[in-house]
Write a protein that binds this ligand. Sequence first.
Ligand code: CA
Length: 752
Amino acid sequence: MITVLGLCSIPSMGQQGPVDHVNVLMGTMSKFELSTGNTYPAIARPWGMNFWTPQTGKMGDGWTYTYTADKIRGFKQTHQPSPWMNDYGQFAIMPVGSPVFDQDSRASWFSHKAETATPYSYSVYLADHDISVELTPTERAAKFRITYSEPGHAYLVIDAFDNGSYVKVIPEENLVIGYTTKNTGGVPDNFRNWFVIRPDAKISYIATVSDGKVTGHPADETVEVEAGHAGAVIGFDTSSGLTVGLETASSFISADQALLNMEELGDGDFDRLCREGRDRWNEVLGRIEVEGDIDDIRTFYSCLYRSVLFPRDFSEINAAGERVHYSPYNGKVLPGYMFTDTGFWDTFRCLFPLLNLVYPDMGAKMQEGLVNAYLESGFLPEWASPGHRSCMIGNNSASVVADAFVKGLKGYDIETLWKAVTHGANAELEGTDAGRKGFEEYNRLGYIPCNTGIEKNVARTLEYAYNDWCIYTLGKRLGKPGKQLEQYRKNAMNYRNVYNPEFRLMCGRDDKGDFRSDFKGTDWSWDFCEGNSWHWSFCVFHDPAGLISLMGGEDSFNRMIDSTFVIPSFMGMESRGMIHEMREMQVMDMGQYAHGNQPIQHLVYLYDWSGQPWKTQMHVREIMDRLYSATPDGYCGDEDNGQTSAWYVFSALGFYPVCPGTDEYAIGSPLFRSATINLPDGKKIRIEAQGNSDSDIYIGDMEVNGRKYGKTYLTHKDLTAGAEISFSMSGTPDTGRGKKKSDRPYSFSTAE
Ligand code: CA
């Protein structure tokens, strides 16, 4: 007999959809030293509360699934945004052929050749146990279908992980209840992830595990274990068949709520759930349709999949049918939405703008979640997982709030968010990176000095100046009085205070006003953050024209960007201990251009402001072509919760939001022959690129709604009204394009 593993196999489901182009393993061939994405296969619904993943790493290892691993230890419910943040609310189940609990003893060899991974389902053959496992999730629940090979050898490990956990087996109800508290910070003391597991075969064996000690019990006895590291092994009566179905769900609120969440599975029919998951993914991914090269299509949808996972919807629906959430800020159960697991430092740049353009319906809910985060903690998060964390820099929640409002999102309490952004600009939340570290120095001096103990001072100054522009812009839109806005209007120009004309670069400066005498542009020094001055000096999103004049005018500015690509990548490597971002830049052979990390990701679009948009077109095509592919090593650094993926999505469409908070998108070079964005209100943005090829990458001509278009940017207003954009691509650059100042995108200093 031939056993077909490929669950929900595509042919039986009819026509191919966008989800069939997704490689969920893109970016999984990563390690501590070198990230090709630092992703794991997130088997989930879009923005789902829980993700599931095969677990190859040990309990607590951030590299939870790596492509090069040989063995699977379990199937883990995960909420991990990145290996650097690590996981929380995690537990694992593992089908085994004999009652063994230990994570090494139970691990089984597997092969990618006997593995089928899609966004909505996962199946694998566990060779050492001769067991096939299939799983398909909903937002808060999941269905497993396990096929054992031998009667009497059907067991299941339930591992609630260490850090304080609990498992109770109730044979009378054929039910397992438990909780896990394992986390890496950002949770109140009462944090629990309650889980329930209900097999459809009778439980015929029970052992509990308490900190490594395994104890057998009669199979009809209700038993519980609470320990540092609690777990259980249960066995199944397989007299009615070797295929065992498992329903599982969880809740951050209670065990009862977890049982309620399990009702998402309905009658539990595996194939139906799989089809529904597939339909949901096609609906979300299908907001954008593209035609072109098949490899590009695969990369595009793999990136779009990564763009609609985070921030996750942390809310649950209670017995009364109301949406509530466990607050990761104060531990209470409160009404409304909550979203989490994103670092705004990464995702303000283009992930939130992508949501605001293509999924504004979801974007508005996320803003509602931000209102709640502020009300529950007094601050907007900068890095939430699930509550405030201490990680990265900036006050970029201001950008996330301003961009949503400027892009026309509605239905949430913007006045509370106004209070939140103005409060966060002048305060910091001790022990976290919420608010602004160094705000007093910044407000007093106009920059954060390099000699008063606040590291990443240049990077912080640059981000705060942009964040001030965001607050100013939002305040103006809200009609706030000029007096309230003056601080932000003035401080938006503070980027000039760390510009050192001697080097034409941003540079550390002490509290007396003197620049660092030992400055080197290529040093990954502590004045910057995960980068050097070449990566940070262009972080003036809101005022490229102001930066151009600082750097000595257009020609000089263009030479500065050009230089980024030719200064040897080995320079600066000795300036601090190696971090993976340095290695990722070094090996790409693109000079100091470090696309594997965020600060520089907008750089090549700046030629749109400086009269050489053809260089934007040239570089974006090279970056898309060389640095992205739908393969396990398909990213050039950390994917970072949709940001690096959304860069590809935007760039492939032919435009990019350099300055979130404006309504503009800088034009690049469209990758596809044609693309259509289906907006939720029924309007369409159609993008055609005639004559597009690997060598015809330059914009020859461009029309918007049938009229010749010479600007180097598109507006959100024009796009969301429904637009027909037509490019004629050419093999030779049009060096006359974008020369006129009036054709260039927004800059603060020339707009005021
Ligand atoms: Ca990064």
